[in-house]
Design a protein around this ligand. Structure first.
Ligand code: SF4
Length: 54
C-alpha cells in the first residue's frame, strides 16, 4: 500500500511522489529550496524532491 505522509500536503499531481487520489506527498521527508538568491515570496521556493511522472 502506498505511503501517505499527512504532514506534507501537496497538490502537484504531476509529481511521481504524489499519492494517488489524495492531496499528500508519499515521501517520509522532502527538501524545500529556492532558485533565487534572495527569496521574497512563496513563488521563490521549490520542492526539490519533485520528480516528474514518467
Ligand atoms: S516530492 Fe514535493 S512535489 Fe512531489 S509530491 Fe512530494 S511534496 Fe509534492
Amino acid at each position: 500500500m502506498e505511503n501517505i505522509n499527512r504532514s506534507i500536503q501537496c497538490s502537484v499531481e504531476q509529481c511521481l511522489h504524489h499519492c494517488v487520489n489524495c492531496d499528500y506527498c508519499s515521501l517520509d521527508k522532502i527538501h524545500v529550496g529556492t532558485h533565487e538568491s534572495s527569496p521574497s515570496q512563496k513563488q521563490s521556493t521549490d520542492c526539490q524532491s519533485f520528480q516528474a511522472k514518467l
